[in-house]
Design a protein around this ligand. Structure first.
Ligand code: NDP
Length: 448
Protein backbone atom coordinates (compact mmCIF):
# COMPACT_ATOMS: atom_id res chain seq x y z
CA UNK A 1 0.00 0.00 0.00
CA UNK A 2 1.38 3.38 -0.95
CA UNK A 3 -1.16 5.53 0.81
CA UNK A 4 -3.29 5.00 3.86
CA UNK A 5 -6.36 6.95 2.92
CA UNK A 6 -8.76 6.02 5.65
CA UNK A 7 -8.68 4.09 8.87
CA UNK A 8 -10.68 1.12 7.56
CA UNK A 9 -8.38 0.73 4.57
CA UNK A 10 -5.38 1.01 6.86
CA UNK A 11 -6.78 -1.70 9.17
CA UNK A 12 -7.38 -4.03 6.20
CA UNK A 13 -3.83 -3.49 4.99
CA UNK A 14 -2.41 -4.14 8.43
CA UNK A 15 -4.38 -7.34 8.89
CA UNK A 16 -3.35 -8.72 5.52
CA UNK A 17 0.31 -8.05 6.29
CA UNK A 18 0.25 -9.59 9.77
CA UNK A 19 -2.08 -12.59 9.57
CA UNK A 20 -2.94 -14.19 12.91
CA UNK A 21 -0.90 -11.70 14.94
CA UNK A 22 -3.80 -10.73 17.17
CA UNK A 23 -1.87 -8.93 19.91
CA UNK A 24 0.16 -6.90 17.43
CA UNK A 25 -2.97 -5.93 15.47
CA UNK A 26 -4.69 -4.94 18.72
CA UNK A 27 -1.79 -2.70 19.80
CA UNK A 28 -1.46 -0.97 16.42
CA UNK A 29 -5.22 -0.51 16.10
CA UNK A 30 -5.36 1.04 19.55
CA UNK A 31 -2.79 3.67 18.60
CA UNK A 32 -3.96 4.24 15.03
CA UNK A 33 -7.55 4.88 16.12
CA UNK A 34 -6.40 7.82 18.23
CA UNK A 35 -3.71 9.27 15.95
CA UNK A 36 -5.10 8.71 12.46
CA UNK A 37 -6.56 12.22 12.03
CA UNK A 38 -3.43 13.86 13.39
CA UNK A 39 -1.39 11.77 10.96
CA UNK A 40 -3.45 12.41 7.84
CA UNK A 41 -3.64 16.13 8.60
CA UNK A 42 0.14 16.42 8.75
CA UNK A 43 0.98 16.46 5.04
CA UNK A 44 4.71 15.85 5.60
CA UNK A 45 4.16 12.77 7.72
CA UNK A 46 1.46 11.51 5.43
CA UNK A 47 3.54 11.93 2.27
CA UNK A 48 6.44 10.13 3.96
CA UNK A 49 4.10 7.26 5.04
CA UNK A 50 5.26 7.61 8.62
CA UNK A 51 2.43 5.51 10.06
CA UNK A 52 3.11 2.68 7.63
CA UNK A 53 6.81 2.91 8.48
CA UNK A 54 5.89 2.46 12.16
CA UNK A 55 3.90 -0.69 11.42
CA UNK A 56 7.05 -2.55 10.47
CA UNK A 57 9.90 -3.37 12.87
CA UNK A 58 13.39 -2.21 11.93
CA UNK A 59 14.32 -5.89 12.22
CA UNK A 60 13.34 -9.11 13.96
CA UNK A 61 15.99 -11.59 14.96
CA UNK A 62 14.87 -15.16 15.63
CA UNK A 63 17.22 -17.84 16.87
CA UNK A 64 17.60 -21.32 18.34
CA UNK A 65 18.36 -21.66 22.05
CA UNK A 66 19.77 -25.08 22.85
CA UNK A 67 20.47 -26.01 26.48
CA UNK A 68 20.92 -28.98 28.78
CA UNK A 69 18.82 -29.68 31.89
CA UNK A 70 20.17 -31.10 35.16
CA UNK A 71 19.65 -34.66 33.89
CA UNK A 72 21.66 -34.05 30.76
CA UNK A 73 18.60 -33.94 28.49
CA UNK A 74 18.86 -31.43 25.64
CA UNK A 75 16.06 -28.89 25.04
CA UNK A 76 15.55 -26.63 22.06
CA UNK A 77 13.69 -23.33 22.50
CA UNK A 78 13.18 -20.35 20.24
CA UNK A 79 14.45 -16.89 21.10
CA UNK A 80 13.73 -13.50 19.53
CA UNK A 81 14.79 -9.90 19.66
CA UNK A 82 12.50 -7.38 18.01
CA UNK A 83 14.39 -4.14 17.30
CA UNK A 84 11.33 -2.10 16.54
CA UNK A 85 12.25 1.54 16.14
CA UNK A 86 15.61 3.19 16.72
CA UNK A 87 14.65 6.72 15.66
CA UNK A 88 14.84 8.18 19.16
CA UNK A 89 17.73 6.20 20.60
CA UNK A 90 19.17 2.70 21.06
CA UNK A 91 16.51 -0.03 21.12
CA UNK A 92 15.36 -0.54 24.67
CA UNK A 93 12.92 -3.02 26.16
CA UNK A 94 12.68 -6.12 28.29
CA UNK A 95 13.23 -9.82 27.78
CA UNK A 96 10.38 -12.21 28.62
CA UNK A 97 10.69 -15.94 29.28
CA UNK A 98 7.29 -17.61 29.10
CA UNK A 99 5.85 -20.57 27.17
CA UNK A 100 3.28 -18.26 25.54
CA UNK A 101 5.93 -15.98 24.00
CA UNK A 102 5.70 -15.76 20.21
CA UNK A 103 6.53 -13.25 17.50
CA UNK A 104 3.14 -11.51 17.65
CA UNK A 105 3.43 -10.91 21.39
CA UNK A 106 6.96 -9.59 21.09
CA UNK A 107 6.02 -7.35 18.16
CA UNK A 108 3.13 -5.87 20.14
CA UNK A 109 5.35 -5.36 23.19
CA UNK A 110 8.09 -3.73 21.08
CA UNK A 111 5.55 -1.49 19.33
CA UNK A 112 4.12 -0.36 22.69
CA UNK A 113 7.62 0.09 24.06
CA UNK A 114 8.52 2.46 21.22
CA UNK A 115 5.74 4.88 22.20
CA UNK A 116 6.17 4.40 25.94
CA UNK A 117 9.85 5.20 25.69
CA UNK A 118 9.02 8.34 23.73
CA UNK A 119 6.78 9.53 26.58
CA UNK A 120 9.67 9.33 29.07
CA UNK A 121 11.42 12.13 27.16
CA UNK A 122 14.66 10.12 27.24
CA UNK A 123 16.68 9.18 24.12
CA UNK A 124 15.60 5.53 23.95
CA UNK A 125 14.09 3.61 21.04
CA UNK A 126 11.78 0.60 21.29
CA UNK A 127 12.55 -3.11 21.37
CA UNK A 128 11.56 -6.33 23.10
CA UNK A 129 12.79 -9.89 23.24
CA UNK A 130 12.29 -13.24 24.85
CA UNK A 131 11.93 -16.96 24.47
CA UNK A 132 9.21 -19.60 24.69
CA UNK A 133 11.02 -21.08 27.68
CA UNK A 134 9.06 -22.05 30.80
CA UNK A 135 11.20 -21.43 33.88
CA UNK A 136 8.58 -22.86 36.25
CA UNK A 137 10.08 -25.75 38.24
CA UNK A 138 13.57 -25.28 36.76
CA UNK A 139 16.59 -25.27 39.08
CA UNK A 140 18.87 -22.29 39.48
CA UNK A 141 21.54 -24.02 37.38
CA UNK A 142 19.06 -24.74 34.59
CA UNK A 143 18.01 -21.07 34.56
CA UNK A 144 21.67 -20.10 34.37
CA UNK A 145 22.37 -22.46 31.47
CA UNK A 146 19.30 -21.23 29.62
CA UNK A 147 20.28 -17.57 30.07
CA UNK A 148 23.79 -18.34 28.84
CA UNK A 149 22.52 -20.22 25.79
CA UNK A 150 20.13 -17.33 25.01
CA UNK A 151 22.96 -14.81 25.22
CA UNK A 152 25.25 -16.97 23.05
CA UNK A 153 23.30 -15.62 20.08
CA UNK A 154 21.86 -12.37 21.42
CA UNK A 155 25.22 -10.83 22.35
CA UNK A 156 26.12 -10.02 18.73
CA UNK A 157 22.98 -7.91 18.32
CA UNK A 158 23.11 -5.75 21.46
CA UNK A 159 25.36 -3.10 22.98
CA UNK A 160 25.16 0.11 24.99
CA UNK A 161 24.62 2.24 21.85
CA UNK A 162 22.71 -0.36 19.83
CA UNK A 163 20.17 -2.25 21.89
CA UNK A 164 19.90 -2.42 25.66
CA UNK A 165 17.61 -5.20 26.96
CA UNK A 166 16.18 -5.36 30.50
CA UNK A 167 13.85 -7.71 32.41
CA UNK A 168 10.19 -8.54 31.97
CA UNK A 169 8.00 -11.51 32.96
CA UNK A 170 10.20 -14.20 34.57
CA UNK A 171 13.34 -12.19 33.93
CA UNK A 172 14.43 -10.42 37.11
CA UNK A 173 17.68 -9.56 38.80
CA UNK A 174 18.94 -13.17 38.86
CA UNK A 175 18.37 -13.72 35.13
CA UNK A 176 19.82 -10.31 34.22
CA UNK A 177 22.93 -11.28 36.22
CA UNK A 178 23.37 -14.49 34.23
CA UNK A 179 22.65 -12.74 30.93
CA UNK A 180 25.05 -9.91 31.70
CA UNK A 181 27.80 -12.32 32.80
CA UNK A 182 27.59 -14.21 29.53
CA UNK A 183 27.46 -10.97 27.51
CA UNK A 184 30.58 -9.68 29.27
CA UNK A 185 32.48 -12.92 28.63
CA UNK A 186 31.52 -13.11 24.95
CA UNK A 187 31.88 -9.43 24.09
CA UNK A 188 34.98 -9.03 26.25
CA UNK A 189 33.70 -5.67 27.41
CA UNK A 190 32.11 -4.31 30.55
CA UNK A 191 29.43 -1.92 29.39
CA UNK A 192 25.84 -0.98 30.13
CA UNK A 193 24.44 -3.33 27.49
CA UNK A 194 21.71 -4.53 29.86
CA UNK A 195 19.76 -2.73 32.57
CA UNK A 196 18.20 -4.08 35.74
CA UNK A 197 21.65 -5.24 36.83
CA UNK A 198 22.63 -5.85 40.42
CA UNK A 199 23.82 -2.73 42.19
CA UNK A 200 27.31 -4.29 42.59
CA UNK A 201 27.96 -4.40 38.84
CA UNK A 202 26.46 -1.29 37.33
CA UNK A 203 22.83 -1.48 38.42
CA UNK A 204 20.85 1.51 39.59
CA UNK A 205 19.03 2.17 42.82
CA UNK A 206 15.23 2.24 42.36
CA UNK A 207 15.29 0.24 39.07
CA UNK A 208 13.61 -2.83 40.58
CA UNK A 209 10.91 -0.73 42.23
CA UNK A 210 10.47 1.76 39.41
CA UNK A 211 7.60 0.28 37.36
CA UNK A 212 5.34 -0.36 40.36
CA UNK A 213 6.29 2.84 42.19
CA UNK A 214 5.98 4.86 38.98
CA UNK A 215 2.51 3.44 38.42
CA UNK A 216 1.41 4.67 41.83
CA UNK A 217 3.01 8.09 41.26
CA UNK A 218 1.06 8.34 38.01
CA UNK A 219 -2.12 7.25 39.79
CA UNK A 220 -1.54 9.98 42.36
CA UNK A 221 -1.49 12.55 39.52
CA UNK A 222 -4.75 11.13 38.14
CA UNK A 223 -6.36 11.45 41.56
CA UNK A 224 -5.00 14.96 42.10
CA UNK A 225 -6.50 15.97 38.77
CA UNK A 226 -9.88 15.17 40.38
CA UNK A 227 -8.93 16.75 43.72
CA UNK A 228 -8.64 13.34 45.36
CA UNK A 229 -5.94 11.56 47.34
CA UNK A 230 -4.67 8.02 47.48
CA UNK A 231 -5.08 7.72 51.25
CA UNK A 232 -8.10 5.56 52.13
CA UNK A 233 -8.72 4.31 48.59
CA UNK A 234 -9.44 0.60 48.14
CA UNK A 235 -7.10 -0.79 45.48
CA UNK A 236 -7.36 -4.12 43.63
CA UNK A 237 -4.01 -5.25 42.19
CA UNK A 238 -3.50 -8.25 39.90
CA UNK A 239 -0.26 -10.21 39.58
CA UNK A 240 2.26 -11.01 42.29
CA UNK A 241 5.51 -10.27 40.49
CA UNK A 242 7.86 -7.32 40.32
CA UNK A 243 5.33 -4.73 39.13
CA UNK A 244 2.37 -5.89 41.25
CA UNK A 245 4.26 -6.18 44.53
CA UNK A 246 6.05 -2.85 44.19
CA UNK A 247 2.80 -1.12 43.21
CA UNK A 248 1.08 -2.70 46.22
CA UNK A 249 3.95 -1.70 48.49
CA UNK A 250 3.92 1.93 47.39
CA UNK A 251 0.12 2.19 47.45
CA UNK A 252 0.06 0.91 51.06
CA UNK A 253 2.92 3.23 52.04
CA UNK A 254 0.82 6.14 50.76
CA UNK A 255 -2.20 5.14 52.79
CA UNK A 256 -4.28 3.03 50.37
CA UNK A 257 -5.80 -0.32 51.24
CA UNK A 258 -4.66 -3.06 48.83
CA UNK A 259 -7.24 -5.84 48.89
CA UNK A 260 -5.95 -8.24 46.23
CA UNK A 261 -3.02 -9.81 44.43
CA UNK A 262 -3.19 -12.70 41.97
CA UNK A 263 -1.33 -15.34 39.98
CA UNK A 264 -2.18 -17.32 36.86
CA UNK A 265 -3.98 -19.80 39.15
CA UNK A 266 -6.18 -17.58 41.31
CA UNK A 267 -6.57 -14.45 43.41
CA UNK A 268 -5.95 -13.52 47.04
CA UNK A 269 -8.62 -11.26 48.54
CA UNK A 270 -8.45 -9.64 51.95
CA UNK A 271 -11.18 -7.12 52.61
CA UNK A 272 -9.33 -5.35 55.44
CA UNK A 273 -6.26 -4.72 53.31
CA UNK A 274 -3.20 -6.96 52.93
CA UNK A 275 -0.80 -6.02 55.75
CA UNK A 276 2.22 -3.98 54.72
CA UNK A 277 4.70 -6.40 56.38
CA UNK A 278 3.33 -9.29 54.33
CA UNK A 279 3.72 -7.36 51.07
CA UNK A 280 7.26 -6.40 52.03
CA UNK A 281 8.14 -9.97 52.94
CA UNK A 282 6.69 -11.14 49.62
CA UNK A 283 9.22 -8.97 47.76
CA UNK A 284 11.98 -11.37 48.86
CA UNK A 285 10.15 -14.56 47.96
CA UNK A 286 11.69 -17.15 45.67
CA UNK A 287 8.66 -19.45 45.40
CA UNK A 288 6.11 -19.29 42.59
CA UNK A 289 3.29 -16.71 42.81
CA UNK A 290 0.56 -19.21 43.70
CA UNK A 291 2.54 -20.69 46.62
CA UNK A 292 3.34 -17.16 47.75
CA UNK A 293 -0.28 -16.00 47.67
CA UNK A 294 -1.83 -19.05 49.30
CA UNK A 295 0.79 -18.65 52.06
CA UNK A 296 -0.14 -14.96 52.41
CA UNK A 297 -3.85 -15.84 52.57
CA UNK A 298 -3.13 -18.20 55.47
CA UNK A 299 -0.96 -15.61 57.20
CA UNK A 300 -3.48 -12.74 57.10
CA UNK A 301 -6.75 -14.65 57.19
CA UNK A 302 -7.51 -13.68 53.59
CA UNK A 303 -9.43 -15.72 51.02
CA UNK A 304 -7.82 -17.67 48.18
CA UNK A 305 -10.11 -17.69 45.13
CA UNK A 306 -8.85 -20.53 42.96
CA UNK A 307 -9.14 -19.84 39.23
CA UNK A 308 -10.40 -16.26 39.80
CA UNK A 309 -9.14 -12.81 38.92
CA UNK A 310 -9.46 -9.79 41.24
CA UNK A 311 -11.98 -8.02 39.00
CA UNK A 312 -15.10 -9.19 40.84
CA UNK A 313 -13.94 -7.70 44.17
CA UNK A 314 -15.28 -4.27 45.19
CA UNK A 315 -12.65 -1.52 44.84
CA UNK A 316 -12.16 2.17 44.07
CA UNK A 317 -9.10 1.66 41.90
CA UNK A 318 -7.97 -1.26 39.72
CA UNK A 319 -4.30 -1.79 38.88
CA UNK A 320 -3.88 -4.69 36.42
CA UNK A 321 -0.21 -5.66 36.79
CA UNK A 322 0.03 -9.26 35.50
CA UNK A 323 -0.09 -9.69 31.72
CA UNK A 324 -1.73 -8.71 28.42
CA UNK A 325 -5.50 -9.06 27.97
CA UNK A 326 -6.09 -10.15 31.57
CA UNK A 327 -9.09 -7.81 31.98
CA UNK A 328 -11.89 -8.07 29.40
CA UNK A 329 -15.21 -6.31 28.78
CA UNK A 330 -17.07 -8.47 31.31
CA UNK A 331 -14.44 -7.81 33.96
CA UNK A 332 -14.66 -4.09 33.24
CA UNK A 333 -18.45 -4.13 33.63
CA UNK A 334 -18.13 -6.05 36.92
CA UNK A 335 -15.63 -3.48 38.19
CA UNK A 336 -17.90 -0.60 37.16
CA UNK A 337 -20.90 -2.20 38.89
CA UNK A 338 -18.79 -2.61 42.00
CA UNK A 339 -17.92 1.09 42.03
CA UNK A 340 -14.46 1.35 40.44
CA UNK A 341 -13.50 5.01 39.93
CA UNK A 342 -10.14 4.74 38.19
CA UNK A 343 -7.96 2.21 36.36
CA UNK A 344 -4.22 2.43 35.69
CA UNK A 345 -2.30 -0.27 33.84
CA UNK A 346 0.87 -1.68 35.39
CA UNK A 347 1.16 -4.48 32.84
CA UNK A 348 1.46 -3.95 29.09
CA UNK A 349 -1.97 -3.92 27.40
CA UNK A 350 -3.75 -5.78 30.24
CA UNK A 351 -7.14 -4.41 29.18
CA UNK A 352 -8.82 -5.71 26.04
CA UNK A 353 -10.34 -3.28 23.55
CA UNK A 354 -13.78 -4.22 24.98
CA UNK A 355 -12.67 -3.32 28.50
CA UNK A 356 -11.27 0.04 27.41
CA UNK A 357 -14.49 0.82 25.58
CA UNK A 358 -16.53 -0.03 28.70
CA UNK A 359 -14.39 2.23 30.90
CA UNK A 360 -14.55 5.08 28.41
CA UNK A 361 -18.31 4.74 28.07
CA UNK A 362 -18.69 4.90 31.85
CA UNK A 363 -16.31 7.89 31.98
CA UNK A 364 -13.89 6.00 34.22
CA UNK A 365 -10.39 7.45 33.77
CA UNK A 366 -8.17 4.70 32.42
CA UNK A 367 -4.40 5.09 32.02
CA UNK A 368 -2.72 2.91 29.36
CA UNK A 369 0.48 1.09 30.29
CA UNK A 370 2.53 3.11 27.83
CA UNK A 371 1.96 6.09 30.15
CA UNK A 372 1.41 4.62 33.61
CA UNK A 373 4.03 1.85 33.60
CA UNK A 374 6.79 3.88 31.92
CA UNK A 375 8.65 4.32 35.23
CA UNK A 376 10.60 1.09 34.77
CA UNK A 377 12.06 1.98 31.41
CA UNK A 378 12.66 5.55 32.57
CA UNK A 379 14.83 4.25 35.41
CA UNK A 380 16.55 1.95 32.91
CA UNK A 381 17.34 5.08 30.92
CA UNK A 382 18.82 6.60 34.06
CA UNK A 383 20.81 3.40 34.65
CA UNK A 384 22.24 3.79 31.13
CA UNK A 385 23.18 7.40 31.89
CA UNK A 386 24.96 6.33 35.11
CA UNK A 387 26.83 3.53 33.28
CA UNK A 388 27.89 5.87 30.48
CA UNK A 389 29.22 8.46 32.91
CA UNK A 390 30.79 5.92 35.30
CA UNK A 391 28.80 7.17 38.28
CA UNK A 392 26.13 6.00 40.69
CA UNK A 393 23.35 8.29 41.82
CA UNK A 394 21.71 8.25 45.23
CA UNK A 395 18.39 6.56 45.87
CA UNK A 396 16.65 9.77 46.91
CA UNK A 397 17.69 11.65 43.77
CA UNK A 398 16.52 8.78 41.54
CA UNK A 399 13.20 8.50 43.32
CA UNK A 400 12.65 12.24 42.85
CA UNK A 401 13.50 11.91 39.16
CA UNK A 402 11.01 9.06 38.85
CA UNK A 403 8.27 11.18 40.44
CA UNK A 404 9.09 14.05 38.05
CA UNK A 405 9.08 11.81 34.97
CA UNK A 406 5.68 10.34 35.89
CA UNK A 407 4.31 13.84 36.52
CA UNK A 408 5.66 14.95 33.17
CA UNK A 409 4.02 12.01 31.36
CA UNK A 410 0.76 12.89 33.08
CA UNK A 411 1.13 16.50 31.94
CA UNK A 412 1.78 15.36 28.35
CA UNK A 413 -1.40 13.26 28.36
CA UNK A 414 -3.46 16.17 29.61
CA UNK A 415 -1.91 18.68 27.25
CA UNK A 416 -2.96 16.56 24.27
CA UNK A 417 -6.44 15.89 25.58
CA UNK A 418 -9.00 18.36 24.29
CA UNK A 419 -11.89 16.31 25.70
CA UNK A 420 -14.50 17.10 28.30
CA UNK A 421 -13.69 19.30 31.27
CA UNK A 422 -14.00 16.70 34.02
CA UNK A 423 -13.03 13.58 32.09
CA UNK A 424 -9.52 12.98 30.79
CA UNK A 425 -9.13 10.39 28.06
CA UNK A 426 -5.61 9.31 29.06
CA UNK A 427 -5.59 6.76 26.33
CA UNK A 428 -5.91 9.30 23.56
CA UNK A 429 -3.64 11.77 25.33
CA UNK A 430 -0.82 9.23 25.66
CA UNK A 431 -1.18 7.97 22.10
CA UNK A 432 -1.13 11.47 20.62
CA UNK A 433 1.82 12.71 22.68
CA UNK A 434 3.89 9.60 22.01
CA UNK A 435 3.08 9.46 18.30
CA UNK A 436 3.95 13.12 17.85
CA UNK A 437 7.49 12.54 19.17
CA UNK A 438 8.17 9.29 17.32
CA UNK A 439 6.65 10.50 14.03
CA UNK A 440 8.68 13.73 14.12
CA UNK A 441 11.90 11.78 14.66
CA UNK A 442 11.13 9.26 11.91
CA UNK A 443 10.19 12.04 9.46
CA UNK A 444 13.24 14.19 10.30
CA UNK A 445 15.58 11.27 9.58
CA UNK A 446 14.25 10.75 6.06
CA UNK A 447 12.57 7.88 4.29
CA UNK A 448 14.49 4.66 4.72
P1 NDP B 1 6.86 -11.06 36.86
O1 NDP B 1 7.33 -12.26 36.16
O2 NDP B 1 7.66 -10.52 37.98
O3 NDP B 1 5.35 -11.33 37.42
C1 NDP B 1 4.29 -11.67 36.59
C2 NDP B 1 3.11 -11.95 37.48
O4 NDP B 1 1.93 -12.04 36.68
C3 NDP B 1 3.23 -13.27 38.22
O5 NDP B 1 2.64 -13.15 39.49
C4 NDP B 1 2.42 -14.23 37.34
O6 NDP B 1 1.88 -15.35 38.04
C5 NDP B 1 1.31 -13.31 36.89
N1 NDP B 1 0.74 -13.80 35.62
C6 NDP B 1 1.40 -14.14 34.50
N2 NDP B 1 0.54 -14.55 33.57
C7 NDP B 1 -0.69 -14.46 34.12
C8 NDP B 1 -2.00 -14.71 33.67
N3 NDP B 1 -2.22 -15.19 32.45
N4 NDP B 1 -3.03 -14.47 34.52
C9 NDP B 1 -2.82 -13.99 35.76
N5 NDP B 1 -1.59 -13.74 36.25
C10 NDP B 1 -0.56 -13.97 35.44
O7 NDP B 1 6.61 -9.95 35.74
P2 NDP B 1 6.57 -8.36 35.90
O8 NDP B 1 5.91 -8.00 37.16
O9 NDP B 1 7.92 -7.85 35.60
O10 NDP B 1 5.64 -7.96 34.66
C11 NDP B 1 4.23 -7.89 34.76
C12 NDP B 1 3.68 -7.05 33.62
O11 NDP B 1 4.24 -5.73 33.68
C13 NDP B 1 3.99 -7.56 32.21
O12 NDP B 1 2.91 -7.20 31.34
C14 NDP B 1 5.22 -6.75 31.81
O13 NDP B 1 5.37 -6.67 30.41
C15 NDP B 1 4.86 -5.41 32.43
N6 NDP B 1 5.97 -4.51 32.66
C16 NDP B 1 7.05 -4.90 33.42
C17 NDP B 1 8.08 -4.01 33.64
C18 NDP B 1 9.22 -4.33 34.56
O14 NDP B 1 10.01 -3.40 34.86
N7 NDP B 1 9.36 -5.54 35.08
C19 NDP B 1 8.11 -2.69 33.00
C20 NDP B 1 6.87 -2.33 32.31
C21 NDP B 1 5.88 -3.25 32.13
P3 NDP B 1 2.39 -16.84 37.67
O15 NDP B 1 3.74 -16.94 38.33
O16 NDP B 1 1.35 -17.72 38.26
O17 NDP B 1 2.47 -16.94 36.17
Amino acid sequence: MEKDENLEEFRRWLKERNPGEEEFLQAVDDLATDVFSLYTQNQDWYDACVLLHLCEADRIISFRVCWEDDNGAVHVNRGWRVQYCGAIGPYKGGIRFHPTVNESILKFLAFEQTFKNALTGLPIGGGKGGADFDPRGRSDREIMRFCQAFMDELYRHIGENTDVPAGDINVGRREIGYLFGQYRRLANTFSGALTGKDIEFGGSHVRMEATGYGLVYFLRCMLAQRNQELGGQVVAVSGAGNVALHAAQKAVQLGAKVVSLSSSRGALYYRDGIPRELIEKALDHRAGSTELLTGMADACGGEWHKGSTPWSFPCDIALPCATQNELDGNDARALIENGVKMVAEGANMPCTAGAIEAFQKARIPHAPGKASNAGGVALSGLEMAQNASFTRWEQERLNEQLVEIMQDIHRQCIAEEQGEKDYINYHRGANLAAFRRVASAVYAQGVG
